[in-house]
Design a protein around this ligand. Structure first.
Ligand code: AMP
Ligand code: MG
Length: 334
């Protein structure tokens, strides 16, 4: 099964030939990995090799960090309680532990027992009973994750790095591109964007923020320099029962999908792993607490509810709302 899956992933690589943009060579490598479509666009010399190396790295990271791919190191951690020998698992675990502390537990690495209970690992979603949720919340609350001498240990609930792995992967790819001498690139891993350097034509990078309604529509565009832009949204994975929407970002304190009015959170800061973890945690914390923490950490944000788009001060000059969004949402700055 694993072989077939790897083959499908390999076949799904789509590399676009080098062409010219703004006077520089540009090359895009694409693949499906980490449960999402990934593209790496590289400008300048050596673009093709550097971008293709990124798709190879993505596959390696998926093989290690996937919570569903049997044989991954994360599955070993969940099955046996400890795991070592990988290249990425211990680093991701350390980052996840830091994030849990930073967000006062809103980001919870030992969340998989709850995520699984709601069925957000496959296609059979269901609303668990109150007792099942209460038992899983207690298990998660009393769980621990630790790293010692490169070995990752867990006790209690199962671990899931879905809220941070793509951001972490974007940073690994960025390091690989820097090492290859790349001076300008965009990494896009399903809602996790990392830009490197400056576009060869000197204009800012334009990063779209998806509309919750989907269909490729945008709420607006952010003009940014070198940074990470990461979005978490309740529209990405969800199901509806009796008219109520249940989505994949779970509040560890009560075991339910967060229900605080937010439909998407975008975080802009230097590093993609931090932005990824914060976007998930901010979703759980709600806009007020999240804004406090973002200000403390120097991260910029865009919060979206059903009728408002809240743009933080630092993005005021950088965010251009889409024409349709202007009609559908109040846009609030500051
Ligand atoms: P993201 O799209 O980065 O917000 O990640 C969402 C994924 O993170 C979910 O599909 C779960 O696998 C996982 N997750 C859900 N709730 C939490 C939470 N409170 N803390 C950490 N990870 C979570
Ligand atoms: Mg995240």
């Amino acid at each position: 099964m694993k072989k077939i899956l790897s083959l499908i992933i390999m076949l799904s690589f789509l590399s676009l030939p080098s062409c010219e943009e703004g006077g520089a060579d540009v090359y895009t490598a694409s693949c499906i990995a980490m449960d999402t479509s990934c593209t790496v666009t590289v400008y300048g010399k050596n673009a093709e090799n550097a971008a293709d190396k990124c798709t190879e790295l993505l596959l390696n990271m998926e093989a290690e960090l996937s919570v569903t791919l049997s044989g991954s190191l994360l599955c070993a951690l969940n099955t046996y309680g400890s795991a070592d020998g990988g290249e990425y698992l211990a680093r991701v675990a350390e980052k996840a532990i830091e994030l849990k502390e930073l967000t006062n537990g809103a980001y919870e690495p030992c969340i998989y027992s709850l995520v699984k209970l709601w069925g957000f690992t496959g296609d059979s979603y269901s609303v668990p009973s109150e007792d099942e949720i209460a038992a899983a919340v207690e298990l998660v609350r009393s769980s621990s994750l630790s790293v010692s001498d490169g070995v990752v240990y867990r006790d209690g609930a199962l671990v899931d790095f879905g809220g941070i792995a793509k951001g972490y992967a974007a940073e690994v790819l960025a390091d690989s591109l820097w090492d290859a001498g790349v001076e300008a690139a965009v990494i896009s891993l399903g809602g996790n964007i990392k830009t490197l350097g400056t576009k060869p034509d000197g204009t800012p990078w334009n990063i779209g923020i998806s509309a919750p309604s989907g269909g490729g529509k945008l709420l607006g565009v952010l003009e940014v320099g070198e940074c990470a832009v990461v979005t978490s949204g309740s529209y990405i994975r969800n199901f509806t029962v009796d008219g109520k929407l249940y989505h994949h970002i779970i509040d560890p304190s009560d075991g339910y999908p967060t229900d605080n009015g937010l439909v998407s959170v975008t975080v802009v800061c230097d590093s993609a792993d931090l932005a990824d973890g914060l976007a998930t945690a901010f979703f759980v914390l709600g806009r007020e607490k999240a804004t406090e923490l973002a200000t403390k950490l120097g991260a910029e944000t865009v919060f979206v509810t059903s009728d408002c788009i809240y743009v933080s001060d630092g993005l005021k000059e950088k965010f251009t709302p889409d024409e349709t969004a202007r009609g559908e949402y109040d846009i609030i700055y500051g």
